[in-house]
Write a protein that binds this ligand. Structure first.
Ligand code: BES
Ligand code: MN
Ligand code: ZN
Length: 483
């Protein structure tokens, strides 16, 4: 989606020719004498547009205006959350719209954060996946160009650029998340990562089964061994700061299809396990945005990509493998594969002497039960990281919530046959998974994001969300200021 930033007031925007004029109204609205103001004031007075956030009024060929369609949306106090909700309320309208040119008009100049959220929300509401539709059956995304207009754009240009870059990153993550597993193999993901390295400051290196074996990544290899598709370990580097600046490392779970392996999953909804690489896709999305923005930061992206399938070569329940860290792991359930591919990547991350490591994974069904699709779960024993993640979640409206890491939760991971088991009981499943990962993170500040509930939507609107690219980007951009 392409954006342009423009300056208009209520009088000016009425004379702007466009297909859809989307007006975000706030409680601060002060009507002038112009036709648009008069219309809005009347709609509010008669109650055709209520003061409730997300309330909509859709008008065709309004008198005195040059737009074909005028859509008024109530955005309350225009906080980031209200902006997100009000734009989401127009989702059905935006998805079905046949018009191409949209003007998003803020009647009151928004905060930088609200502006960014408006851009990401609008893009989200109008996104359309087409890659694996045949030409004849493929619709095109109707809204492809958006003019963002505000009464005063003077202090908004940097925020606008960041919003546009965030959208590029989110849509890159959605694209790869949505692709079916046969169109998004580990090798395909590696190609996607390599394509990002065409941008300045971005480098990419890809390791295959041989190199990964040399590194001793026995846990990662165990998951991959059941599949004909070879694993890939992807290393992305964005170098925007001096070499002496410690990087943030992002680690993405890249299970391109999770059948469960020998501990096979039930058939119902198994197709959704093509989304099990959404952590990896979010790392790719962040690099896409970094490539656009070129901030003064160092960031490393690590992706463990493979399939989790049953076969005569597949790892079996009870098998014991040795991780890169030297810890032995009893694989009691081959469906708890995410932590296995991640633990070796977390050990690999040590070599970068990182200022922080964040892993991002569709790790547990238990996290979906705990938090649903509204907030991603995060785990960290680092106070500063916790605060930074919460605030990045708020500012991007890509929300998250802390979950605990008490040592008692690790009890169930004990076993007589290895240093650690890969599963505990059903209770607190998201937390025991985090406790498993934590064993491999002693060398640096670490946080784990469980995005199992937030990375994709199911049902009629099934599709990747591109989360938590927005959150990660805001986290990283806040790091730029404190070096
Ligand atoms: N990829 C799944 C987690 C998942 C399940 C995400 C459903 C979204 C929806 C993960 O690899 C998995 O299978 N986890 C198991 C762990 C269990 C065997 C301890 C789970 O959550 O059931
Ligand atoms: Mn699994
Ligand atoms: Zn999985």
């Amino acid at each position: 989606m392409n954006f342009e930033l423009m300056t208009f007031d209520l009088v000016g925007v009425a004379h702007k020719k466009c297909d859809i004029l989307l007006v975000l109204l706030t409680n601060k609205f002060q009507p002038g004498m112009d036709p648009l103001s008069t219309m809005i004031a009347q709609a509010l007075k008669l109650g055709d547009l209520s003061s409730k956030v997300g309330s909509l009024l859709d008008i065709y060929r309004p008198a005195g205006l040059l737009c074909t369609r005028l859509v008024l949306i109530q955005a309350g106090d225009a906080t980031s959350g209200e902006i997100r909700k009000s734009i989401a309320a127009s989702m059905a309208l935006l998805k079905s719209a046949k018009q191409k040119q949209l003007v998003l008009f803020f009647e009151t100049t928004p905060s930088v954060q609200a502006l960014r959220v408006a851009m990401t929300s609008l893009a989200d509401s109008s996104y359309l996946y087409t890659t694996t539709k045949s030409k004849n059956n493929s619709e095109t995304r109707s809204i492809a160009r958006v003019m963002v207009s505000v009464p005063d754009s003077a202090n908004l240009t940097a925020g606008f650029e960041r919003g546009a870059a965030a959208v590029k990153g989110i849509e890159f993550a959605k694209e790869w998340g949505n692709r079916p597993a046969n169109h998004a193999t580990p090798t395909h993901l590696a190609q996607a990562a390599r394509s990002l390295a065409k941008s300045p400051r971005v480098k990419c290196e890809v390791l295959g089964p041989k190199e990964v074996a040399q590194l001793g990544m026995g846990a990662f290899m165990a998951v991959a061994q059941g599949s004909y598709e070879p694993l890939r370990f992807i290393i992305l580097r964005y170098s925007g700061a001096p070499k002496t600046t410690a990087p943030v490392v992002l680690v993405g779970k890249g299970i391109t299809f999770d059948s469960g392996g020998i501990s096979i999953k039930p058939s119902a909804e198994m197709d959704e396990m093509k989304f099990d690489m959404c952590g990896a896709a979010s790392v790719l999305g962040v690099f896409k945005a970094l490539a656009e923005l070129q901030p003064d930061l160092n960031v490393v992206g690590l992706i463990s990509a493979c399939e989790n399938l049953p076969s005569s070569k597949a790892v079996k329940p009870g098998d014991v493998v040795t991780s890169m860290a030297g810890q032995t792991i009893e694989i009691l359930n081959t469906d708890a594969e995410g932590r296995l591919v991640l633990c070796d990547a977390l050990t690999y991350a040590e070599r970068f002497k990182p200022r922080a490591v964040l892993d991002i994974a569709t790790l547990t069904g238990a996290c979906v039960i705990a938090l649903g699709g509204v907030r991603s779960g995060f785990f960290t024993d680092n106070e500063a990281l916790s605060t930074a993640l919460m605030s990045a979640g708020e500012s991007s409206q890509d929300l998250c919530w802390p979950l605990p890491l008490d040592d008692e939760y690790a009890e169930g991971l004990k076993t007589s046959f290895a240093d650690v088991a890969n599963v505990a009981g059903r209770a607190g499943g998201a937390i025991t998974a985090a406790k498993f990962l934590q064993r491999f993170t002693a060398q640096y500040p670490w946080a784990h994001l469980d995005i199992a509930g937030t990375a994709w939507r199911n049902g009629a609107v099934k599709g990747a969300t591109g989360r938590p690219v927005g959150l990660l980007l805001d986290y990283l951009m806040a790091c730029e200021n404190v070096t």
